[in-house]
Ligand binder design. Structure first.
Ligand SMILES: Nc1nc2c(ncn2[C@@H]2O[C@H](COP(=O)(O)OP(=O)(O)OP(=O)(O)O)[C@@H](O)[C@H]2O)c(=O)[nH]1
Length: 310
């Protein structure tokens, strides 16, 4: 989330065909957040799906061409936007219409004409709760040293992608990377430098696997994994090689490596057409075994699991 620090404010999106309300609300909220307004519901919805994601959406119910209900339904069905809190504003008075907003996943409803101090108070409150939720989410899913996803998030994502690929009959690839002679690195440079090296390696891998569906995680001390949904054997091989070469090109000195003057990786890669009756652990075992082969065959190389897509 992007708010609550002086230099990066929360982003609030307002979608309403009433330009007077847009003007008044923008003015009322301008001290606590960046406000973006849309009179056109389709354009507002399109913006909501883009980066940087809004932290909160204020939504009118009745608009020409697309109702707030429809917009809210689309937001809640999309994995990118389902977490964004939605406050409805409307002159609708029937209790069934108001409860429908909550049924669709809204966090609040404000009746029109909107009292601006009330809008301000509610927006502040919901932004604070969103910030707290984001912090908890961060703690639960991120590795504090590198900022990558942690093992827990990796396990969850692998499960989800396994199910999705079984359903879609699409390939799923996994890359497992392990730093070579990292114990010697720590022993020589010290644990602090070791941590700093891990951060640089993490950054290099993260920048290499940069499609939005890819997930890069730290799954052990000096072990990283990249989940590549809908990527076939050739594609995964390419990513794995890029990971290897991009890190080597960083030229991080490793005085105690037995094979190179710079920090290197051993990389294993595997691809499967998942079957929902089987476990994603199969894919990990295949990629991990290939990584182990890379260690046995001189390190600083990529090895693909042989039977991986049969
Ligand atoms: N600095 C630092 N070191 C870590 C961290 N987690 C694990 N390590 C170290 O990583 C090293 C891994 O050592 P090994 O498993 O023997 O592997 P290696 O020395 O890289 O040897 P090969 O994998 O066979 O090339 C150990 O010394 C761990 O203490 C960490 O968070 N920070």
């Amino acid at each position: 989330m992007s708010n609550c620090s002086p230099d990066s404010q929360a982003k609030v999106l307002i979608i309403d065909d009433d330009s007077y309300f847009l003007e008044m609300a923008s003015e009322a909220l301008s001290d606590i957040c960046d406000v973006e307004t849309y009179r056109n519901p389709q354009k507002g919805l399109k913006r909501a799906m883009q980066d940087p994601a809004p932290d909160l959406i204020i939504l009118d119910v009745i608009m020409p061409t697309m109702s707030g209900y429809q917009i809210c339904r689309e937001l809640k069905q999309n994995t990118k936007t389902f977490n964004i809190p939605v406050i409805f504003v409307s002159s609708l008075e029937q209790i069934s219409e108001i409860t429908r907003c909550f049924d669709l996943g809204a966090v609040d409803f404000i009746g029109k004409p909107v009292q601006m101090p009330l809008l301000l108070a509610k927006v502040k409150n919901h932004l604070m709760m969103k910030l707290q939720r984001d912090m908890l989410e961060e703690l639960a899913t991120k590795d504090p040293l590198t900022g990558l996803d942690n093992k827990r998030s990796y396990d969850q994502t692998l499960q989800n992608e396994w199910k999705r690929a079984s359903r879609d009959k699409s390939p799923l690839s996994l890359v497992v990377c392990d730093i070579d002679f990292f114990k010697k690195y720590n022993d020589h440079y010290g644990h602090g430098q070791g941590d700093s090296c891990l951060k640089k390696v993490a950054n290099s891998i993260y920048k290499t696997a940069n499609r939005s569906a890819d997930l890069v995680a730290r799954i052990g001390g000096e072990e990283f994994a990249i989940i590549l949904p809908n990527v076939d054997k050739q594609g995964a091989w390419r990513v794995a090689n890029n990971v290897l070469v991009n890190l080597r090109n960083k030229q991080l000195p490793h005085a105690k490596s037995e094979i190179h003057k710079y920090v290197t990786l051993s990389v294993g890669v595997a691809t499967v057409m998942p079957d929902y009756k089987e476990s994603p652990e199969l894919l990990f075992e295949a990629a991990d075994a290939a990584m182990y082969d890379a260690k046995q065959n001189g390190r600083n190389r990529v090895i693909a699991h042989q039977e991986s897509d049969e």
